[in-house]
Design a protein around this ligand. Sequence first.
Ligand SMILES: [Zn+2]
Ligand SMILES: [Zn+2]
Length: 512
Amino acid sequence: MIPGVRRSQFAAYTLATYVGAIWSLFNCLQSSLSYLEATLKLCQGANLIIQCNFVVINTILLWKGLSKLLFGELRLLEYEHIFEKLSFTLVSSFFVTSMYSGNELLGVLAFEGALIFVKVFHWVLKDRLEYVIQNTDENTSLIRFVFSKFVFNICFLAWVDYATVAYFYKSATFRGKRALDGSTQSILFGTSFAMLFVDVLEVALKTLILAVELRQLRRAQAQNEEEGAGLEGKFIYEMISELICRCIKVGLHSLLLFALFMPVMVVKDIIWDSLAIFQTSRLIWKTLRSNRQIDEKLPTVTRSELDSADERMCIVCMDDMLPTDEITHPRLKPKRLPCSHTLHLGCLKSWMERSQTCPICRVAVFDEKGNVAPSVSTSTAQGQHSPGSESNARSAAHADETVWRRNVASVLPSTPSNNPSGSCRWYAFPTVELQESNGRTIQLSDVTGTEKTLTITHISRPEYQKDTSQVPGKVVISDSFESSSSEIDRLKRRISDLEGKVQELKKRARTE
Ligand SMILES: [Zn+2]
Ligand SMILES: [Zn+2]
């Protein structure tokens, strides 16, 4: 049902609309001498509003019936996406129709209405693909998948688009390469549906990729292979199908540019699609590069290293890792990241198609130049901070950085600087901040649970350089640290915003 509108309210409104429409029709017929006069009366004043409302309500009813037939009950997410996109589409349709007047206006209005009507089904189809991907696993039968309602919907929408494109292009007349004036609208309308056809093509290509993956999974299951790997490079194939469809769109729009000489309307789309093509190609190239590098540049974990490790499980697939001579497939090779976490080669590849960081501790795997990032000890990466890393921080300081001086000696008796034996205690870094005036007071707690209060005073860099006193534990904190902490605060606020939204949606879903 439509969120926010009760079913009974909608039913009552529909009933009132029908009664109103019949009443106005009856009134016009009774007070007129001919059908022509009645028709004219229907298109005036209050009658027009009643009839328009009648058309809108019937369109909604038709849409609901058709969507139920094709997609069943729509999910909340699909409704949300429809309303999100609808407002934008309505505005752009309004701009298109505002360019016409008189007799043409009515035709354009009808066409734009029909286009939006069909478009909504395409949006749902795209969302439904995500749902199908999430709900397809090695237990799904391939035959059932191929003959599913979803595949039927793809074929059905493709047929609708194709038939409409063919109809409009047939009704257009060309002289040479240039369209005649009367055909401009036909070609524009045809192209709008051709774009929808390309959208369906993209969904179809991705569904095909999913079907191929499903076939592999089923085959692996039939041969009783425990490591039924998904389709390797699936992400790349998906990106390539997106790229192909974008290129077709740019091609179609360019044709329109030459056939109609309508730069204003078309150039925007061409630029938009070209940008997307550029971004997708870059993503494909980056993924291909990191795929190659993962195997070449990251060290393979040896048998003895695996034996001495306390954790052998791969976090992505939750299976244990085996030494190289025991594995049945190259994708099961155990690989070590710079943060010393280990994962299967194949699992790492599929993870890194979406993120360039370690799935456990989020430390970057490769640096900007594509080299393996410098090793980080796992415990530091996991959010603990050792006083010993001060020297690193100092060496990383640049000329314009803010300088902080921390009087560590007074509060932390066992830091390396005044503890010759070098034993140091580890302090959990997420801290409680107590006050912030001329500096910061932070509460720390160590592994034993003992709490310490630490004061940090802020002084500018020139002052720091003049200050020759040997304060143990002088530390430089870069400006980037400051900006990251404000970024963290911003993200925290965003997370709590989103959590609130989720709660609200859950509540709404429950009441409906
Ligand atoms: Zn794995
Ligand atoms: Zn890690």
